[in-house]
Design a protein around this ligand. Structure first.
Ligand SMILES: C[S@@+](CC[C@H](N)C(=O)[O-])C[C@H]1O[C@@H](n2cnc3c(N)ncnc32)[C@H](O)[C@@H]1O
Length: 316
């Protein structure tokens, strides 16, 4: 499907939700979908200090820039550099990872003694960052349904030197409750979605976007977050993220979660980077509360892929 058709689909779908947060006003909605975004690397501090890696790259003529002092292990890289073939990449010194993807893991805030579930894990960008932030301590269960994608997940875990990760290949929505129920301190659901947030990544082949696909994904996402809730310990933290711009796969899914589960509360996404509030699905207290708690990232002005991040606590 052509990029222009995807843009049109999204603009029309946004227009059907008339209440736009104050923060978004000033430009037509289509403006937020366009913009060139840099290549980002996430430096693997399990293997190398950021300064050391950036010096190594500089010696090879590759210029980098740390994105923010608050995220000292993420840098942008010269557009022209073919960094995927560098020995430093193959050795796991860095992962080519969009800043938005890093921010979802920072919202989860895993710590050394946690038991964490990454429910939809392949190819492992977020799993390996979770492991990095836990300094290879605690336990990460990285689960993935797809056999082929599990191969890349395993390979990335090995390349990045993550030794606190167990890989499982299950349909998360069919996990036997007795095995995993209330076992996890933190759960990340980086959900399968229509992937339209990758629109600004010119090299990405985009899958077609249609109302039917959006609805199908949204139904699957509801099942995944519902399962995640079951697997969390009381007081446990859930982060739900997607790389879709659509409201149906984001604010609408989490509104459904909150309406159907009195034992869950939404928390501020709390990410250390500039972002927008969410859409207001219905102009009521819950709609406004969701909008102010979640984080949306856009090619313009945030210079990331389109991304959605939300965070919850399971009440005791
Ligand atoms: C957006 S991708 C995850 C990307 C990954 N978190 C990363 O950062 O590298 C979603 C993944 O969920 C997997 N998936 C889809 N349905 C699933 C299910 N029911 N149980 C487990 N994994 C599932 C897909 O195969 C896909 O690999």
């Amino acid at each position: 499907m052509a990029r222009s058709e995807i843009m049109l689909f999204l603009e029309e779908s946004f227009r059907s939700y008339p209440t736009v947060p104050q923060q978004w006003k000033g430009y037509p909605l289509s403006r937020y979908l366009k913009g060139s975004i840099p290549i980002y690397i996430r430096i693997n501090t399990l293997k190398v200090k950021p300064k050391h890696l950036l010096d190594l790259l500089k010696k090879k003529g590759i210029m980098t820039s740390i994105v923010s002092p608050r995220i000292p292990f993420v840098a942008t890289v010269d557009r022209g550099s073919n960094i995927g073939f560098l020995p430093e990449h193959l050795a796991g010194y860095f992962y080519i990872q969009n800043l938005a993807s890093v921010l979802a893991v920072l919202a989860l805030n895993p710590s050394a003694n946690d038991i964490v579930l990454d429910g939809c894990a392949a190819p492992g960008g977020k799993t390996t960052l979770i492991s990095q932030l836990m300094r290879n301590k605690g336990t990460v269960v990285a689960n993935e349904i797809d056999k082929k994608r599990t191969v890349s997940l395993l390979s990335n875990i090995s390349r990045m030197g993550c030794t606190n990760v167990i890989v499982t290949r299950e349909d998360l929505t069919r996990i036997p409750s007795s095995t995993w129920e209330e076992r996890f301190d933190k759960v990340l659901i980086d959900a399968p979605c229509t992937g339209d947030g990758l629109l600004p990544n010119k090299h990405e082949k985009l899958r077609p976007l249609s109302t039917r696909r959006v609805v199908e994904h949204s139904e699957r996402q509801k099942k995944l977050v519902q399962t995640a809730l079951k697997l969390l310990k009381p007081n446990g933290i859930l982060v739900y993220s997607t790389c879709s711009f659509t409201i149906e796969q984001n604010e609408a899914v989490i509104r459904w979660l909150l309406e159907n589960n009195p034992n869950v509360e939404i928390l501020p996404a709390d990410i250390p980077f500039d972002h927008f509030e969410g859409f207001i699905v219905s102009d009521d207290d819950l709609g406004r509360h969701i909008s102010s708690a979640v984080a949306r990232l856009f090619p313009f002005p945030h210079q990331t892929i389109g991304f959605f991040i939300s965070k919850f606590r399971k009440k005791p």
